[in-house]
Design a binder for this molecule. Structure first.
Ligand code: URA
Length: 209
């Protein structure tokens, strides 16, 4: 699919299967999500530009590579996005963080924003928006609309699972935002859940119902 990268590394696929299993505990689910976030972060940042800085190793001077440009921004769609965010921050601790609080109305499945806080100067920074489930696509689309209104112009969207319906809608509205996922599942059910999916990511992560 155009604009979609499926990261199918065997370690990710193995961990994803454990996450899908309904017998996996809350603690296990959170740990696995964090571990997968490490592996996904590695892939989504693979092409970041580098520049060199002059340093001194114990053996002498060296022009050594570091990541070029302004600090990355990770934007978490609350609350399930925080599970991916934690793992991303393990690898890029200096990243700035935006939080976008969006819930979907259970009847209409439409997104409702209740919180937004983002770093200044979003222009010309790479912004990686994270949410484990790209289901209807409505929350992701709304979060990216909001970030674009604040000046964001270089975005990527990272999710654990995507439904074909969500991908189709998302890429129609935001064709400039590449999607990174670990699997594209079969379909959405009538309640907007991904099938076979893994259930409600937020509930499984935090032990709520
Ligand atoms: N959100 C979830 O947590 N799970 C789904 O299957 C769809 C949306």
């Amino acid at each position: 699919m155009q604009g979609v990268t499926v990261i199918d590394h065997p370690l990710i696929q193995h961990k994803l299967t454990l996450m899908r299993d309904k017998a996996t505990s809350t603690a296990g689910f959170r740990t696995l999500l964090r571990e997968i976030a490490h592996l996904m972060c590695y892939e989504v940042t693979r092409d970041l530009p580098l520049e060199t800085v002059a340093i001194e190793t114990p053996m002498g001077p060296m022009d050594a590579p570091i990541i070029k440009g302004k600090k990355l921004v990770f934007a978490s769609i609350l609350r399930a996005g925080n599970g991916l965010l934690d793992g991303m921050l393990d690898l890029v601790p200096a990243a700035r963080v935006a939080h976008v609080g969006i819930y979907r109305d259970h009847d209409t499945l439409q997104p409702v924003e209740y919180y937004f806080k983002a770093p200044g100067e979003l222009e010309n920074r790479l912004i990686i928006v994270v949410d484990p489930m790209l289901a209807t696509g409505n929350s992701a689309i709304a979060a990216i609309d909001r970030l674009k209104r604040r000046g964001a112009n270089n975005l990527r969207f990272l999710c654990l699972l995507a439904a074909p319906e969500g991908i189709e809608k998302f890429t129609r509205v935001h064709p400039d935002v590449p999607i990174f996922t670990t699997a594209i599942d079969s379909h959405l059910n009538e309640k907007g859940y991904i099938v076979p999916g893994l259930g409600d990511a937020g509930d499984r992560m935090y032990g709520t119902k």
